[in-house]
Design a protein around this ligand. Structure first.
Ligand SMILES: Nc1ncnc2c1ncn2[C@@H]1O[C@H](COP(=O)(O)OP(=O)(O)OP(=O)(O)O)[C@@H](O)[C@H]1O
Length: 260
């Protein structure tokens, strides 16, 4: 089976600042691929390249069978029209650290919004689908509440339901629990465990090493815009091959112990 994400030598810069320096990374269908690394190492930028939000300026990046990188022959990136690009973006769900819900809409309306406006579903059908997704994240009883009436963990679960409502083939999570109080983290991870068990292909940037060990099929350590090493999570955590990975893991694990 061909990979859902296949990056070889991916490069990206913001102006003069080189952020990705040749990233090699692959995700197989149904795989949960966790990514860790220091702040500023390029993890978010890489996710943004995967869903086409940033241009890939070198190397090759194939996502869901599409070449996302710079099209050298035509001298432009995104070798497709705006309509084709929108169709590509719809196939990928993204969940951020901040939930970015519409404050004046209920949870149900937040989840139903894109199916109505992007997919063109009739409102009633979109609401039914939205309700199913809210049930899936354990929030059916809160469907009519607005974001400010929900906890941070509940808001993040609404954000996950909103992404799922577009029936994505790939889900990208960018530190989905980093903005949450510690006691709310597990309810979000529980929803993500459920998605993994259902076979969703996921790339998860996270500092939750225990989650990566339990749910991840692969753990990748990023530093300075490259993949330093990658492997089965339990092995990588128990026996990192590089000093930088070892130092990073011990700092994250000791912070986590302080929180616990
Ligand atoms: N829009 C932007 N314009 C210019 N520089 C940017 C932009 N976004 C990110 N950067 C820079 O790119 C580098 C990589 O940032 P990125 O957010 O990808 O790292 P990260 O590993 O996800 O970090 P964090 O864990 O803090 O989110 C950083 O030096 C950052 O300052």
């Amino acid at each position: 089976m061909s990979p859902v994400v296949h990056a070889t030598g991916v490069r990206m810069s913001y102006g003069e600042t080189q952020v990705l320096n040749g990233v090699d990374f692959a995700v197989a269908p149904g795989e949960v691929s966790c990514v860790i690394g220091p702040s500023g190492s390029g993890k978010s930028t890489f996710l943004r390249c995967v869903n086409g939000l940033e241009p890939v300026l070198g190397g090759s990046l194939r996502v869901l069978g599409e070449e996302v990188g710079y099209n050298l022959r035509e001298g432009r990136y995104r070798p497709w029209s705006p309509k084709e690009f929108a169709a590509f973006r719809r196939r990928i769900g993204m969940v951020f650290q901040r939930f970015n819900l519409f404050a004046h809409q209920s949870a149900l309306e937040n989840v139903a919004c894109a199916p109505v406006h992007v997919l063109g579903l009739p409102a009633e059908q979109a609401r039914r689908t939205a309700m199913e997704h809210l049930e899936r994240v354990g929030l059916a009883a809160h469907a009519h509440k607005r974001p400010h009436q929900l906890s941070g963990g509940q808001q993040q679960r609404v954000a996950i339901a909103r992404a799922l409502a577009m029936s994505p083939e790939l889900m990208l999570f960018d530190e989905p629990t980093s903005a949450l109080d510690p006691e709310l983290v597990d309810e979000v991870l529980e929803v993500m465990r459920g998605l993994a068990a259902d076979g969703m292909t996921m790339v998860v940037v996270t500092h939750e090493i225990a989650f990566a060990r339990e749910v991840g099929d692969r753990l990748t350590f990023f530093a300075d815009g490259v993949v330093v090493e990658s492997g089965p999570p339990a092995e990588l955590v128990a026996n990192p091959g590089h000093e930088r990975t070892r130092a990073f893991l011990s700092s994250v694990l000791s912070q986590r112990e302080k929180v616990d």
